[in-house]
Design a protein around this ligand. Sequence first.
Ligand code: G6P
Length: 613
Amino acid sequence: MCGIVGYTGPREAAAILLGGLRRLEYRGYDSAGLATVEGGRLHLRKRMGRVSELEDLLARRPARGGCGISHTRWATHGPATDANAHPHAGGRAGMVGLAVVHNGVIENHARLRAELMAEGFPFASETDSEVIAHLIARALETTHDLLEAVVTILPRLEGTYGLAVCSASHPGLIVGARMGSPLVIGVGDGEHLLASDAAAVAPHTKRVVYLEDGEVASLTPAGLDLAHRERGPVAPRIDRIDWHPDQAELGGNPHYMIKEIREQPTTVVDACRGRLSRRDATACLGGLNLSPRALRRARRIVLVGCGTSWHAALVGEYLIERIAHLPVEVEYAGEFRYRNAPLDDRTLVFILSQSGETADALGALREAKRRGHPTLAIVNTVGSTIAREATGGIYLHAGQEVGVASTKAFAAQVAVLTLLALYLGRLRHLSFSDGLAIVEALESAPGLIEEALKVEPIVERAAEQVATARTALFLGRDLLHPVALEGALKLTEISYIPAHGYPTAEMKHGPIALVDPQTPCVFLSARSPLYSKTLSSIEEVRARGGHVITIGTDGDRVLPALSDTFLPIPDAPEVILPLLAVIPLQLLAYHVALKLGRDIDKPRNLAKSVTVE
Ligand code: G6P
């Protein structure tokens, strides 16, 4: 989703801004632009399309200067056009002197636009963001001070923003402000950066300051001032980024998605590192900030997330109910935040989010917090808003995930939820030996995922046929039901083939109508007590001439005979089956999308981190 990068310092800003925008490309966008200040002049360049198109424009019409702001836009108000791309210029006709980039949504933009137009401010775009530029320009006419002008107009904005402003009348100065949309300052030597994602500043500095809602920053090459717009000056809290930007390089892989699929053995090692205790046959989860006594009192768990995180939460439901015997409910964050879901004080609310910035997940966290509940986060991005606002939680330690289609974060979430189920189980009734069996299963998972990845050549062949399908069905039972949903989502997201995931038993209640020789039916069916029931469902599809792909245990003699394609996964304890069964599904989505020539890491219309509602 939209990205912001700003720079002020001794170097040429445009090159640094372009480099930063490239690091944010993975978030999804449809236009890009930048503004620089050179002496008393403002240069504005913007283009619909990719950052490379902006770069071509800059090669023809350079934008010089050591101070500038830039943006990648993911269209909300108005389509992807040059005019709607950010930055937006502010000022009366012929007097444009400042530029603004904005993430978020200004809900009262129509009223503000009418007011500004009546005063003669010209509008060039259909965006909600342009009003901010003109509001600041109007305030600057009386204050003549950029920081003061920004602070003056912020109370007029209803909605969310992360914004950055630069002005021809204030060379070297960038003003940033945050309300509901993340901003981070990079503190360098004689230079400062401002970005919506630490990935953009990481190549330049490891020292960062995360802005909180209501804070306003003013940056010059040598200075950094932070203030809360109502409470006054704030001492900047400097954090360190603990990952290296090279982690996000492709390392010889053609796409981030396949790199991240292949990384999953390490992902699970990192998610479990230091968290498994053989001595006590349990998990060690120090960051929950709740005493064992408080956790033992819990009578119910609510897991909240969106997209792939929601699917991981569903796996968590099966695991926690099975291992810890606690009732679990899984909620879509966008519903939970507005639904009056009954929560009592013995309910624990966990918010799952890879990015830690998803607007709906953050809204759900704030709603639970508002009601006085301890809120626990299962998050990947260290220092993200959800991580900072939660009362406690568990980091995934999966490293940066770049591919828009989430893969390794799913594995990390499932591993962490297994740890949580084990921990909660051992606080209650789970025996030492049953706990130890789960510890051992998790320890064996990375090696088994490595084995599972060897299925790729068979998947590649199966992808040929799936690539020609108009739709596909993904079916699984029990712990593999959410994995089937995730397999369908992966295929839909990156190949654009509409795919449907169901619990296998539901097939006969509707989806069976789709079965024909052109519709791949992907059954997940490793060894489990429900194995024979799945065989019956497969027979029902075969009887109707359906195309059957099965995922089952290596060595199974029955499934291959019933399948057009059999995709083996290693024999493994049931609790870690989701980590293995998802591998062929991720690979299938990847290879189908590859055959169809899709933009795998940046699928159309999708964003990595959805920071608007
Ligand atoms: C977007 C992404 C999905 C992701 C979802 C939740 O829709 O495209 O891949 O699963 O957001 O993101 P989160 O960062 O909260 O896990």
